[in-house]
Design a protein around this ligand. Structure first.
Ligand code: ZN
Ligand code: ZN
Length: 423
C-alpha cells in the first residue's frame, strides 16, 4: 500500500464507482478505523464538486455493545430521525458509498430474534430508501478496506501487521490498482489510464458476456455438482442479465460493487425446484454461517440447514414471506481472479464475486426489461420476487459446477462446464 495507490482508489470510487456529479450530495458509511480513507474520499468528493458530504460512522465495539445490551424494544423500530435522513437523501438522489469492513463474528452470541426483528423494522421504516436502492433511484457503491479484526480472520496464521498488508494487497488486486503507473496526476482530473482504463475494459468484457446470455433468452437453467447441488430454475419473460455498470434514475452510470465479477438476473419466483448446497461460508449479521443446504419446492425454501450458524440462517430466511424465495441468480466463473486467489474473504463483497451465487429475498427490478419503472404489483405479475425487505447472497459455485440452459424452443446449451463459462 502506498499513498498513490490509496489516492487512486479514492478517485476510482468517486469517479467510476458512484460517478459523483457536481452539486450532488454524498453519504459515506465508514468504520471509525477507516477514517483516514473516508477523509481521502471526502477530499476527492469536494474536488469533484460535491454539494455536501455526510458521514455515518460505524464501530464494531459500540455496535456489539448495542446489540447485546440496548433496551429490547429498540430492535423493533428505526429512530424516526434516522429514517428521515436516509429516506430524504435517497429521494434527493444523493450518492452512497459504504465501506464494508467488519469483524465477521462481531455479533456472535447476539439473540437471533433481535437480528430478525431489526431486519423487519428496517424493511418497514426504510422502505423508501431500500426501494430506491434496489431500482437504482440513486447511485451507490460498496467498497472495502482492511481492518485488523477482519484481516486476522482472513489470514489467521499471520501477525496483525502481516495480515493487514496481505489483505490490502488482495483488495488492490481485486479492484485492479497496481503499484506501477498509477493514473494519478498532480492536476485535478483523473487521467484516463491504468485503473480507470482497466475498469472500463473489465466492464466491457462483462457486458459482452451478459449480452450473449441475453441473446440466448433461456427459459430454464439446470445446476449440478458433486457437492449435492441439483436445481432447476426458470427465467421470466423479458428478463435481462446485467453486469458491472448500471444507470441511476438521473441517467448517470455507476458501479454498485467494487470489485465486481458477476453477471446477474432475477429468476421466476415460483420456479426453483431441487437442492442448493453452499460452497463457501457466509457472513451475515456479524455471524458466520457454514455448510448451508437449502431445499426448494415451487420456488419456496422448504428446508434450510447449516452446520454452523443455523439459527442465524433461519432468522434471515424468516424475515418475511419474500425471503423464502430466490431473488437473484448470478454467474461468476471459477477461474475469475478473486476465486483464483484461493482466499476466503469472510466478506460477501469479495466472496460473491469469486463464485456463482443466488440471493434469497428481493429481486432487482432492473432484471426485467423496463422493471425500474414498474410498481411492485407489476413486477409480481411479471413473476419475480419483488417484495421482501431482505436480500442475502450465498455462494454455490464449485470447480465442477455444470449449468445447462434450455432455450425457448427446447434447445439445450451448456452455460457452465467444470465451473467456467462454456461459451
Ligand atoms: Zn450478486
Ligand atoms: Zn445480491
Amino acid at each position: 500500500m502506498n499513498e498513490n495507490m490509496l489516492r487512486e482508489y479514492a478517485r476510482l470510487i468517486i469517479h467510476i464507482g458512484v460517478n459523483l456529479q457536481k452539486e450532488q450530495k454524498l453519504v459515506i458509511a465508514s468504520p471509525v478505523e477507516c477514517a483516514f480513507f473516508a477523509r481521502l474520499l471526502v477530499s476527492e468528493a469536494y474536488e469533484a464538486g460535491a454539494g455536501d458530504v455526510i458521514l455515518n460512522w460505524r464501530d464494531d465495539h459500540c455496535a456489539r455493545e448495542h446489540w447485546l445490551h440496548a433496551e429490547d424494544s429498540l430492535f423493533d423500530n428505526v429512530y424516526p430521525w434516522d429514517a428521515l435522513q436516509k429516506n430524504t437523501l435517497a429521494r434527493e438522489g444523493a450518492a452512497y458509498i459504504g465501506i464494508s469492513a467488519t469483524d465477521p463474528e462481531n455479533l456472535r452470541g447476539v439473540d437471533p430474534g433481535r437480528l430478525r426483528r431489526w431486519e423487519v423494522a428496517t424493511g418497514r421504516d426504510l422502505k423508501e430508501f431500500n426501494r430506491l436502492q434496489m431500482n437504482n433511484g440513486f447511485p451507490w457503491c460498496v467498497v472495502s478496506i482492511p481492518i485488523a479484526s477482519w484481516a486476522g480472520k482472513v489470514f489467521p496464521d499471520r501477525t496483525d501487521d502481516e495480515a493487514m498488508e496481505m489483505l490490502w494487497a488482495e483488495i488492490f488486486k481485486a479492484v485492479r490498482i497496481t503499484n506501477d503507473g498509477c493514473a494519478i496526476n498532480d492536476g485535478g482530473a483523473i487521467k484516463d489510464g491504468d485503473a480507470v482504463r482497466e475498469w472500463r475494459d473489465h466492464c466491457d468484457r462483462l457486458k459482452s458476456r451478459a449480452k450473449k446470455l441475453n441473446d440466448c433468452n433461456f427459459k430454464t437453467l439446470h445446476y449440478t455438482n458433486a457437492l449435492g447441488t441439483d436445481l432447476t430454475i426458470e427465467m421470466p419473460a423479458d428478463h435481462v442479465w446485467l453486469a458491472a455498470e448500471e444507470s441511476a434514475a438521473s441517467g448517470v452510470p455507476f458501479i454498485a460493487n467494487m470489485p465486481t465479477e458477476e453477471i446477474f438476473s432475477a429468476p421466476r419466483r415460483d420456479s426453483a425446484n431441487g437442492v442448493l448446497v453452499a460452497s463457501k461460508p457466509l457472513v451475515r449479521s456479524g455471524n458466520i454461517i457454514d455448510g448451508i443446504r437449502l431445499v426448494f419446492e415451487q420456488g419456496r425454501i422448504i428446508e434450510a440447514h447449516a452446520q454452523v450458524g443455523e439459527e442465524t440462517l433461519l432468522a434471515a430466511i424468516n424475515v418475511d414471506e419474500g425471503s423464502h424465495f430466490l431473488g437473484e441468480i448470478a454467474l461468476v466463473p471459477y477461474d475469475s481472479p478473486i476465486s483464483r486467489s484461493g482466499i476466503l474473504f469472510y466478506n460477501t463483497l469479495f466472496d460473491e464475486n469469486a463464485s456463482c451465487h443466488f440471493a434469497f429475498g428481493e429481486a432487482y427490478p432492473g432484471c426485467i426489461r423496463g422493471g425500474d419503472k414498474m410498481s411492485t404489483e407489476e413486477l409480481i405479475a411479471r413473476g419475480i420476487n419483488a417484495e421482501s425487505s431482505t436480500h442475502v447472497d450465498f455462494m454455490i459455485g464449485t470447480k465442477d459446477l455444470s449449468i445447462v440452459g434450455t432455450t425457448q424452443d427446447g434447445r439445450k446449451v451448456a452455460i457452465f462446464e467444470n465451473g467456467n463459462f462454456a461459451f
